[in-house]
Design a protein around this ligand. Structure first.
Ligand code: 0WE
Length: 256
């Protein structure tokens, strides 16, 4: 019997087979959850349909630009019609304009700040507000974060500030939704070789740095994020909310 047998979930942020969202979705599915997926833009539609389609031809797959209140409302309207209710939500969505991740932080534009915070942090609040009424037996929401939220990672820049807002939002949402038995947590993952990391200067060196300096002397496998995602979604984490769990081979404890 799977740890998530009979649970109903929705996954935001699958772009391709390397996506963290896909790793966690596969793990949730393996443990018996039934999942709906959203994709951002026509660009990613075929990818998500091909991946999510492997869970069955009737898998619910919907477009959702998380900066649109209308689209968020429409997604959860369809989820309500199709599933009736909801137990799990995965937020694995982030964006900052490329130039904001390349230059000096001091040159962060008002527009790059606004976009990065809207897509990467506010979206969790928007999704949580629509998801919560469907989580009538309690639930678990999981969002992806990164160490750049708390320490300076060169070039992560405004994304670090947005992830700090995401982590703080997780705590305030945990307090807001706790009385409904809905838990909200973040997984702070070590650097992963995903589409979001592609083309980031020095990313290969960053993987090498984790290999050399993390306590476990290695990088993190997507399947390991899947296992942690299952844990946070399961009753094993029934008393855990508002937390950031580091799935980073121990890197976060190091001072040098
Ligand atoms: O959160 C992230 C990256 C998210 C991301 C990636 C992109 C690339 C393409 C957000 N917006 C964009 N915008 C684009 O135009 N990570 C944790 C991965 C990441 O990104 C970095 C990192 C790491 C690690 C950027 C600079 C330094 C380190």
């Amino acid at each position: 019997m799977g740890l998530l047998q009979g649970k109903l979930g929705i996954v935001f942020g699958v772009a391709n087979k390397r996506s963290i969202a896909w790793a966690i979705a596969q793990a949730w599915h393996r443990e018996g959850a039934k999942l709906a997926f959203t994709y951002q833009g026509d660009r990613l539609k075929d990818n998500v349909e091909e991946l999510a389609g492997t869970f069955g031809p009737d898998t619910l797959i919907l477009p959702c630009d998380v900066t649109s209140d209308d689209q968020i409302r429409s997604v959860f309207g369809t989820v309500k019609e199709t599933f009736g209710r909801l137990d799990l939500l995965l937020h694995s969505v982030a964006f900052a304009p490329r130039e904001a991740l390349e230059g000096d932080f001091i040159n962060t534009s008002r527009e790059a700040f606004r976009i990065s915070h809207d897509v990467s942090a506010y979206s969790l609040i928007g999704l949580a507000r629509e998801a919560a009424p469907l989580m009538d037996r309690g639930g678990s929401m999981v969002a992806m974060s990164y160490y750049g939220a708390e320490k300076v990672i060169p070039h992560y820049n405004v994304m670090g500030v947005a992830k700090a807002a995401l982590e703080a939002s997780t705590r305030y949402l945990a307090h807001s939704l706790g009385p409904k038995k809905i838990r909200v947590n973040c997984i702070s993952a070590g650097p992963m070789n995903t589409l979001a990391a592609r083309g980031i200067a020095g990313f290969g060196d960053m993987l090498k740095h984790y290999e050399a300096h993390s306590p476990l002397r290695r990088n993190v496998e997507p399947s390991e994020l899947g296992h942690t995602g299952v844990f946070l979604a399961s009753d094993g984490a029934a008393a855990i909310t508002g937390q950031v769990l580091y799935v980073d081979a121990g890197y976060q404890i190091m001072g040098m």
